[in-house]
Design a protein around this ligand. Structure first.
Ligand SMILES: [Zn+2]
Length: 426
């Protein structure tokens, strides 16, 4: 039987395409390694990878030349916090409607548009941090992209995510009605381990947990919360995930959620609107990443405040202060936006100006979306900078993003794995 399968596989294999050579001529190249702009650089690409990066060089004979001499090139951007299966949820009603009135099939069709847009904006890699009730549809989207069925970024996916009973939407419905949940509901360390095993077996690259909810500002200005998982449960999740050589992303916006996540040894803190100085120190020591997602807070705040939750307006101020302290404390920061939490018609690169406003240099902000993000994803040998051996994930724009960070919202050339996806400037 095995022999039959092998010969079938050989017979079905399409002929290997000849690795084409192309040469991308960049007027300027932003070296994210040192934040310097290099003039007149030629990037040689063979198949899907970069073979050479050289100043003032002539293209190899027979290479297809892509002329970006009036552009600034930089590595493909990486968004480490997206939801391609979500199409904006300012209010609870927006969220509930997607889970109650849209089938997973329809949501997956909408998600093909989200990934198309993400790539068009210049995000050649994303970490999609849970499907919000759409099961393992992210695993299928990733497969469709990898198989060349639909265009989209390289994906790392978290599948269903986890929260405890009663903590995650949909909530507030009659106890007589069974409603869908945006997560896998998990209680107790043993069930938590089982859920980790199940999600990984169905294709999750990352495990996502929700560590807190119900945020409120105390009179002393501290953003407090109700923690969801017990420390014992969180430790079980982290241990089981790490045992299988995967990583844990923790949604933690406030005091207890962040503290418990850091104690349990998760790999990234998502949102982190409020983090104590002590927890920041522990994050530095343990190498835990901070994925701040500043813009989405501002996006949802007005709507949620109008719906009665004024705390979201206070959280904006607290978030800015936390981000500034994290930059000064040397916490590793990876770019993430929560795109999908806001409409995919908005370019997630709107996050960059907020990072600069709250204390990063433009070069630091761009590094957070390239080298740092690649390292968080364990993909630093493949993406995150323009260097020989890495995938030819190259984007370009007109102007200098170091003097105007909003230029990152106007990327008009996108190459992923040596294939040009967008070249509207030409
Ligand atoms: Zn999110």
């Amino acid at each position: 039987m095995a022999a039959v399968l092998v010969s079938w596989a050989v017979a079905q294999d399409p002929p290997k395409p000849q690795a084409t050579t192309s040469a991308v001529r960049c007027g300027l190249l932003l070296r994210v390694e040192n934040g310097q702009l290099q003039r007149n650089v030629l990037i040689t690409v063979q198949g899907e990878r970069i073979t050479e990066v050289k100043e003032n060089a002539a293209p190899p004979a027979g290479a297809q030349v892509i002329d970006l001499s009036d552009h600034t090139c930089l590595p493909g951007l990486i968004d480490t916090h997206t939801h391609v299966l979500l199409q904006g949820d300012i209010t609870a009603a927006d969220y509930d409607e997607q889970l109650l009135k849209q089938s997973v099939a329809y949501r997956a069709i909408l998600a093909t548009r989200s990934v198309h847009r993400a790539l068009g904006y210049g995000f050649t890699t994303i970490r999609d941090l849970e499907t919000e009730g759409a099961g393992y549809a992210d695993v299928d989207l990733k497969r469709a992209i990898n198989n060349g069925v639909i265009p989209g970024p390289r994906m790392r996916v978290a599948s269903r995510a986890m929260d405890v009973t009663g903590a995650y939407p949909l909530v507030g419905y009659s106890w007589e009605i069974d409603v869908p949940h945006g997560v896998q509901v998990v209680d107790g360390p043993d069930n938590a381990r089982k859920a980790v095993r199940e999600q990984i077996s169905f294709g999750a690259d990352w495990i996502k947990v929700y560590s807190d909810r119900s945020y409120f500002v105390r009179p002393d200005g501290v953003l407090d919360d109700i923690p969801t998982f017990t420390l014992e449960e969180l430790r079980a999740i982290v241990d089981e995930t790490h045992r299988q050589h995967h990583k844990v992303a923790s949604h933690a916006m406030a005091l207890n959620g962040v503290h418990n996540s850091v104690e349990a040894g998760v790999d990234s803190i998502e949102h982190g609107n409020y983090i104590t100085d002590t927890d920041m120190k522990a994050m530095v020591e343990k190498g835990i990443y901070y994925v701040p997602t500043i813009y989405v807070g501002e996006y949802v705040a007005q709507g949620r405040a109008a719906a009665g939750a004024r705390v979201w307006l206070d959280m904006i101020k607290i978030h800015g202060d936390t981000f500034r302290r994290a930059v000064n404390a040397g916490v590793k920061i990876a770019f993430g936006t929560d795109a999908g939490g806001f409409d995919w018609g908005v370019n997630p690169a709107v996050e960059f100006p907020y990072m600069v406003k709250y204390g990063m240099t433009p070069a630091q902000a761009i590094r957070s979306a390239t080298m740092n993000a690649a390292e968080l994803l364990g993909m630093q040998n493949d993406v995150g900078s323009i260097a020989p051996g890495k995938y030819a994930d190259i984007v370009a724009l007109k102007g200098d993003p170091l003097s105007d960070i909003t230029k990152l919202q106007q990327i008009d050339f996108v190459m992923k794995g040596g294939e040009v996806f967008k070249a509207s400037g030409h």
